[in-house]
Ligand binder design. Structure first.
Ligand code: TXA
Ligand code: MG
Length: 311
């Protein structure tokens, strides 16, 4: 994608003034502000209507800059080498000299960090003297935004600027891994766990117990398009119900929505949020989802749809 430098400079100016703007990333769009500024971070919570106890992810350009704020370890170095920049978020401990705003972490000692790969995000972050706190650019509990028009739908004129970056190439949030101690996955995401297991050469547990929420993205009622969703459905009950299919059918119907041509799970993950938004816009009252394979990114798709179905 061609980089529009004047847009990036505009974004830079606003961020330096502690304003919040939307930025593209390869996973989903983020609502970004200076992670060292209390003022900017407070604005992010207000705009998103996000509960204060739900900490923010901070986006860095590289490991060197991260080391200003966090302690790193061997697992981090291995995963960083293999997957960064990319769709993986690490939970690390803050160090003593960290300048991260207390609002980012809700006064806790751990920090979620990520190195986005999107060329526009990278170009912007490289220019800045501070890292960017950026939760997904959607209203709290709703479906994430994978293009600038989705951000506009959710926030309208409430945000000053949306930095254009086209459609997010992965289209689903990053995989979150806590590597402070024995590695644990806190949120399934755009990076398949089996590839992480190969690099660390061990099985990794998934902490998925909503009563012990350490990552509120795990909580119920998240990623919701605002209408009921039923999983593992074989048919729809009428015309006002959309049928969400993993594989394109030869015979199409107006209420059929495909996530991929050929059951390709990467493609399906990329199309998920866009399709959920489309279905809602087309005024369907509910969604039936066909059975989705519980492997690779299918696990992430199932995770999001299961949470979205807890309406
Ligand atoms: O792909 C992504 O991760 C996107 C893009 C914009 O980078 N960001 C994103 O942010 O999905 P958000 O805020 O929607 O989800 C971040 C999740 C939240 O569920 C939050 O609770 C969790 O990360 N989190 C943040 N800090 C944490 C921490 N210190 N310990 C555990 N979980 C944390
Ligand atoms: Mg989110």
């Amino acid at each position: 994608m061609k980089i529009n430098l004047s847009n990036i400079k505009k974004a830079e100016k606003l961020l330096i003034k502690n304003d919040c703007i939307a930025i593209p990333t390869e996973t989903v769009y983020g609502l970004a502000g200076n992670a060292y500024s209390n003022q900017a971070c407070k604005k992010i919570f207000l705009l998103k209507k996000r509960p204060k106890n739900n900490p923010l992810i901070v986006h860095y350009f590289d490991k060197k800059r991260l080391e200003n704020d966090c302690e790193i370890n061997n697992s981090f170095v291995k995963l960083y080498k293999k997957f960064c920049p990319g769709p993986i978020t690490f939970i690390l401990n803050l160090n003593k000299k960290s300048k991260i705003s207390k609002f980012v972490t809700n006064n806790k000692k751990s920090l979620a960090v990520r190195f986005p790969k999107h060329p526009v995000a990278r170009n912007l972050i490289k220019r800045l003297k501070f890292p960017l706190a950026a939760p997904s650019a959607n209203l709290s509990t709703k479906v994430s935004a994978v293009c600038s028009s989705h951000v506009k739908e959710d926030f309208g004129k409430k945000i000053k600027f949306i930095l254009e970056g086209g459609k997010s190439s992965i289209g689903i949030e990053s995989t979150i891994i806590d590597i402070r101690d024995k590695p644990r996955i806190l949120r399934l995401g755009g990076l398949d766990i089996s590839t992480i297991e190969k690099v660390l050469n061990r099985k990794i547990s998934i902490t998925n117990n909503p009563s012990k929420i350490s990552s509120p993205g795990q909580s119920r009622l998240h990623y919701s398009p605002g209408i009921p969703i039923k999983l593992n459905g074989k048919r729809t009950s009428g015309k006002s119900e959309a049928y969400l299919l993993i594989k394109k059918r030869n015979k199409s119907k107006s209420n059929y929505y495909y996530l991929s041509k050929n059951s390709n799970l990467k493609e399906a993950a990329k199309n998920l949020y866009n399709t959920l938004r489309k279905i809602k816009k087309n005024k369907y009252k509910s969604i039936v989802v066909e059975k989705i394979p519980n492997t690779g990114l299918g696990k992430t798709i199932l995770d999001r749809l299961t949470r979205a179905s807890k309406l």
